[in-house]
Structures are given as C-alpha cells and as structure tokens.
Ligand binder design. Structure first.
Ligand SMILES: *Cc1c(COP(=O)(O)O)cnc(C)c1O
Length: 387
C-alpha cells in the first residue's frame, strides 16, 4: 500500500524509554507534581506542552495524538471524548455570535443537528451547500468557517476539497473536514489545503466497537485555537481508551484492505442483482464526485449503500429481522458487518435524493465475503417476497 503502513507501526511509541516494552504504557493521572516553584511557574507559561494536569492528557494521550497527527499529516492533534465532540469543539473554536458557517449538505446527521440547535441558539447562522457545487457564491463577509465531509455520510458524494480550500484561503476563511471515512489512511487532507481534520476514532482507528473517541488534527496556524477550545471547555479522555485507540492504529491498514476488498465485492454483486435500483460507492463511476475520489484517494473502506425497488415496511423488516451475519446497529468501523435502513431526504436541504425505494447502508466487516453475500441475498429474497 503506502508509506503510511510503516508509519502506523512505528509512530507514537518509544520502547527503549519504557523498559523495552513494545506498547506505550497506560499512564493514569490527575495531579502532576513539580519538584520546585520554578518548575511549577514554568508549567504555567507552557500549558500545552508536556504533562500539566490529567485533564490535559498523560503520556498515553500524547502518544496517540502524535500518531494521529502524523497519520493525518497535520501539526498536532487533540484527543476528545467522541467523534461528535471533535466536530462540535472545532465549530466552537472558530465561530462566535454573528458569524456565518458553510456546512456541506451531506454531513453526518448529528453535526447538522448541532448547527440547527446549539449553534443557532448562539446566533451562528448555517448555510448548507451542495457537495458538488461551487461554494464561492455562498460566502458572506461574516463567513468564518467552511466545513466539509467527503465522502458524505450515508450517500458518499465526494467533494473537490482543493477547490473549496482554495476559495477559503483567498477569503481568509478556515476550512475543516470530517475525514472519518478515509480513517486518515486513504486521504491526506492537509495536502489539499485543509486547516483542521477530524477523525471519529470510534470507527476504524479503534476498530473493535468498544471505545468512543475523536481526534482533532490542526495545522500550525490553527492548532492553538483548537487546543484552547478543548482545554477551556474541559474535555478529557481516558488513558485506557487512548491505549486501545493506539492498539487499533497498529492494524488499521490490514483491516481496511480487507474491509475495502469485501465492500467492493458486495457492491459489484449488488449492482448485478435483480431488484436493486442503485448501488452507491465512491469507487463506482456513477457516484457523484467519483472523479475527485479517483484523483485524491488511495482506497475505499467497508461502507456501501444501496436502494431497492419500492417496498413495504413489512418487506424492509423481513429483510432486516432475519439477517444472520449483518447486525442491525448504528456506527461502523468495527470488525463486524452491520446494516441500517436510512432515508437521506429528511437530512438534506440543499440537495435532492433522486431515488424512491428504501435505502440501506452496509458496513462490510471481516467475515467471509461469500457468506455475507449469501446473507444479503436471502434478505433481499425476504424483502421481495413481501413486496
Ligand atoms: C460516527 C461518526 C461521527 C461521530 O463519531 P462518534 O464517536 O460516534 O461521536 C462523526 N462523523 C462521522 C462521519 C461519523 O461516521
């Protein structure tokens, strides 16, 4: 694959500084002790370097933050308690009352909800934009942040990131991207002009469906603003969770290679199967923005969405209730396969979803691809039997 494979093995650990132990130890801490008054005062002058107080992180946190900063190609990272917190804290770091935000229409649903409720209450106005449209005409004098997510949630529209960041740069606007889809492995946002990149580490970085975590990575110009926002709000993450996230990182590229292979096999199978109206995958030529995916990405993950011919709720329930290998549940990025039904239109205001039938999103896990296809085929037969 790429040099990121080697990076993921090497980064964020120093065995010879830790008795030769391969993995960084879990440092639990609240209080940090200083030998002298001079040291105590010096710590006050450099609040964001080294161990200062448990809430600011311990050496385990810093090892993870360093690893993700290198993976994403940014200056420094901040670990926060969830992917959603990484998003909301980034928005709060750059926006205040009277400001205007440009938010991609295909954004993760809870991000949209935060804009429409909390940010609105703080008098920040949000305009949603079509992921494939030029953002320049939507920029106002008070636009302070352009937020991207590419590929989009559920429907995977791919954005021309470099075009958006070029416009942002000229107008002095900060650009931030939710880069969770690529896991930091398949897309390097800072090479495309992004200022701040967000990972819901809960997904592929942790990779085992057992930890909630977000990482915000910033360039040198914006890092202090992000760090201050998280530190002043008071978020803290458990060093045990940081340990698990670091452990997940070590196998990220082999897991994703398998997720990718299985998802593509299933997507190709779905595209040939009767009763399927549309298969949505960024590697497919009919995915909106596919050319940008080909230009900018080095791979794809375990997600694929599809639309069936119109069906009843009973048909959809028959499909979902009888699945043997695909679990019915939110989130993704673990080793297991998942399926959820979804309806994109209620969470879109600037774009229109052109299909009528029920939509399903798959997360293709590490099981045998043929067995997953069999499970899906039986499910589709149940749906088609009910009509
Ligand atoms: C899951 C997800 C999040 C939120 O992450 P949590 O850790 O669940 O809060 C944010 N963005 C995207 C694209 C996601 O898929």
């Amino acid at each position: 694959m790429t040099a990121k494979d080697t990076l993921l093995v090497q980064v964020g650990r120093e065995p010879h500084a830790n008795h030769g132990v391969v993995n960084p130890p879990v440092y639990r801490a609240s209080t940090i002790l200083y030998p002298t008054l001079a040291d105590y005062e010096e710590a006050d002058r450099t609040p964001f370097s080294g161990t200062r107080y448990g809430r600011r992180g311990t050496p385990t946190t810093f090892a993870l933050e360093e690893a993700v900063a290198r993976l994403e190609g940014g200056y420094r990272s901040v670990a926060v308690p969830s992917g959603l917190a990484a998003i909301t804290l980034t928005l709060m770091a750059f926006l205040k009352a009277g400001d205007h935000l440009l938010m991609v229409d295909t954004v993760y649903g809870p991000t949209r909800r935060f804009c429409d409720t909390v940010l609105k209450g703080f008098e920040v106005e949000t305009t949603y934009y079509d992921p494939l449209a030029d953002v320049a005409p939507l920029i106002r004098a008070n636009t302070k942040l352009i937020f991207l997510e590419s590929p989009g949630s559920l429907t995977f529209e791919v954005q021309d990131v470099a075009a958006v960041t070029a416009v942002a740069r000229v107008r002095g606007i900060v650009s931030a991207i939710d880069n969770t889809w690529s896991a930091g492995l398949f897309f390097s946002p800072f090479e495309h002009g992004i200022d701040v990149s967000i990972q819901a580490a809960t997904k592929y970085i942790v990779g085992h469906s057992d930890v909630m975590m977000g990482l915000i990575t910033a360039n040198e110009a914006t890092w202090l603003r992000v760090k201050r926002a998280t530190a002043f709000v008071g978020t803290a993450v458990s060093p045990d969770d940081c340990y698990l996230a670091l452990r997940g990182l070590r196998t990220l590229s082999v897991r994703l290679a398998r997720h990718q292979e299985t998802a593509l096999a299933i997507a190709r199978w779905l595209a040939r199967r009767a009763g399927i109206v549309h298969v949505r995958h960024p590697a497919f030529a009919d995915c909106p923005g596919h050319a940008f995916w080909r230009r900018d990405f080095t791979g794809s993950n375990g997600l694929v969405s599809f639309v069936t011919e119109p069906a009843s709720r009973e048909g959809v329930a028959a499909l979902l209730d009888g699945m043997r290998l695909f679990g019915l549940g939110a989130s993704w990025g673990g080793y297991e396969s998942l399926i959820i039904p979804f309806d994109p239109q209620p969470v879109r205001t600037a774009t229109r979803w052109p299909y009528e039938g029920p939509c399903f999103r798959l997360h293709c896990g590490l099981e045998d691809a043929d067995e997953l296809i069999e499970d899906l085929d039986e499910g589709l037969k149940r749906l088609q039997a009910r009509g």
